[in-house]
Write a protein that binds this ligand. Structure first.
Ligand code: CA
Length: 213
């Protein structure tokens, strides 16, 4: 299930980071400690400055709210129903859950998506499926994420999946991740299956190698 997330996160990265070559000279806001951000991410000082500049261009108030995120997603997926998936991703970026994404939250998430270790990336992906950190992924949540991803492609996309088809797909994925058929997917199951399934592993590895290293 993580493949689609990777594709979307890649688009988000390029959306915000592609302008960095013209932004190197911009300084961070004085309240943001550059060295601290560099220590806590996989980015260099120049990269952090560039990402900050792009972040500020997107949001002059230096925070991203759900509406701004939806606007960006609508640009990426003009024919899609982006609201639900955009909000899902928003929650994975909004680490303290206060309803806005500040620069530190944004750059840390970006760092994981672009340069993170396998475990860091899986931790981030897992949050998408277990946002309240309950230690397991419910069938309903899985169905909701799958439906939200499907909606991104638009209601007119072909083939159009019916609710029954999405339900069946959810069943298949749930069974695949439910190691030992316990009737639930634990965090340990999620990590185990992601690390042992070649398709999933390749998609996560590809994200690492495709992006600027
Ligand atoms: Ca926040």
């Amino acid at each position: 299930m993580p493949e689609s997330s990777n594709i979307h996160s890649k688009k988000i990265y390029h959306r915000f980071a592609s302008r960095r070559s013209v932004c190197y000279q911009q300084d961070l806001h004085p309240t943001i400690l550059l060295n601290k951000v560099v220590d806590e991410t996989h980015f260099s000082k120049n990269e952090v400055r560039a990402i900050y500049r792009a972040f500020k261009e997107t949001s002059p108030n230096a925070v991203i709210n759900k509406n701004i995120m939806r606007e960006k997603f609508a640009e990426l997926f003009p024919h899609g129903d982006i609201e639900h998936y955009s909000d899902l991703l928003f929650e994975t970026f909004d680490n303290d859950g206060n309803g806005t994404i500040n620069f530190q939250e944004f750059v840390k998430a970006l760092s994981i998506l672009c340069r993170g270790t396998m475990d860091e990336k899986l931790e981030w992906l897992y949050k998408l499926y277990d946002p309240k950190d309950k230690g397991e992924i419910s069938w309903d949540r899985l169905f909701y994420v799958i439906t939200s991803m499907d909606d991104l492609m638009g209601r007119t996309a072909k083939p159009h999946h019916t609710r029954e088809q999405k339900s069946e797909r959810t069943n298949q994925i749930f069974e695949k991740f439910d190691v030992g058929r316990k009737g639930r997917i634990t965090k340990k199951d999620f990590f185990y299956v992601c690390k042992t399934d070649k398709t999933i592993l390749n998609s996560i590895t590809a994200l690492y190698t495709l992006l600027p290293g």
